[in-house]
Design a protein around this ligand. Sequence first.
Ligand code: GDP
Ligand code: IMO
Ligand code: MG
Length: 423
Amino acid sequence: MAVDLLLGLQWGDEGKGKIVDVLTQNYDIIARFQGGPNAGHTLEFDGIKHVLHTIPSGIFHKGSINLVGNGVVIDPVIFKKELDNLAKFDLDLKKKLLISRKAHLILPTHRLLDAASETAKGKAKIGSTLKGIGPTYMDKTGRNGIRVGDLELKDWKKKYRALANKHEAMIDFYNVDIQYNLAELEAEFFEAVATLKTLQFIDSEEYLHQAQRNDKTILAEGAQGSLLDIDFGTYPFVTSSNTTAAGACTGLGVSPGSIGEVFGIFKAYTTRVGSGPFPTELFDDYGKTMAKVGNEFGATTGRPRRCGWLDLVALKYAVQVNGVTQLMMMKGDVLSGFDTLKICTAYQYQGKEIDYLPYNIEAENVTPIYSEMKGWKEDLTKMTEASEFPKELNDYIEFLEKELEVPIKIVSVGPDRTQTIHR
Ligand code: GDP
Ligand code: IMO
Ligand code: MG
């Protein structure tokens, strides 16, 4: 069986958690392939709102298996909190939550290094989530990391000590004022590792190969968004993993030829949390309304998200890099009542009009060129079928489909599982 992918096409927080939860009924296995607790994936159903960071968003479905893949970085302390939050749901986590032995561990000192690096950068900081993501992937590619499988070895704490000592020296090197009590952090870490060890560690690529052979359906869940990809995002204001389609192959060990549908998910407008260029960012009342109505606060850090018009240039780029086969448009309900909607269809760049993403998209280099469309007034949140959509919403959707050359198959009209309309 093919492996389907679900990826965010913007700067994250597109609504991946909600849609993975909606789609899980069609899949046997949901597998996260990159990122770590920098992610915050929100699900709402039966009046409950739940935020997941590392655990895949299929976890609430009775029959589903949820796999944390080799490409993911795991902070045992945050993972334990996630498990604690799930305790009341009567889920058989020992059976349905599997962890790749090849996933890397975020150590307490990785978090401290993230903070030291950000502090040292001053105004040029990335605006990271301070979860230790960058330093952990640096140790992975530097071939120094500690993996989940190491926890099954007797002398892993020796390896841990050596790495933590090295990290402490590196923190000193930054010469910034970072206060910490490592003994306390380590006590919490080792307790959380003990909890992690109650779950099943597996050779996940082998598990997935077997599953494919046995005709199991698999959905790979992305984190962050394509514009935060380490290679294709707005570097250096990106995360430290490949968030795009190819990341699912390396983050799970599935071959490119086995990829089926690529679901690309985007908001009807754009948001970004943290630093970095954002050509269509708004500082006016339209932006403020998006933030307020859309409740645009980071699910992991609580920081306000920057808001702006839909950027079709960036979206087209993301569709191409990922090979998206179906689109999903989220949060159309937030735009109800806007008199006019703008869509950025090109950039003014070095005196020319271009419709591709250039190397440098800082505000001083690109000026967005907009198409304007009439907005819709109707409240979408109670709608259950596409036939109820106002003409202006259909016009908006059809314009995007024409420009992106990919059908929009799902339109989400609210945060709840049920507020999902298939077209
Ligand atoms: P993710 O990181 O891609 O999973 O997205 P987040 O959970 O960080 O952010 C998406 C936010 O929008 C969450 O608060 C969701 O509950 C909410 N949401 C998702 N879809 C919709 C929608 O169609 N309309 C509205 N109003 N909210 C939505
Ligand atoms: P989900 O999966 C939005 C951003 C951070 C920062 C940059 C680097 O919920 O969509 P990092 O901690 O990864 O080193 O931070 O990336 N960022 C996200 N923004 N949604 C996310 O995840 C993000 N994960 C990281 O704000 O700008
Ligand atoms: Mg999020």
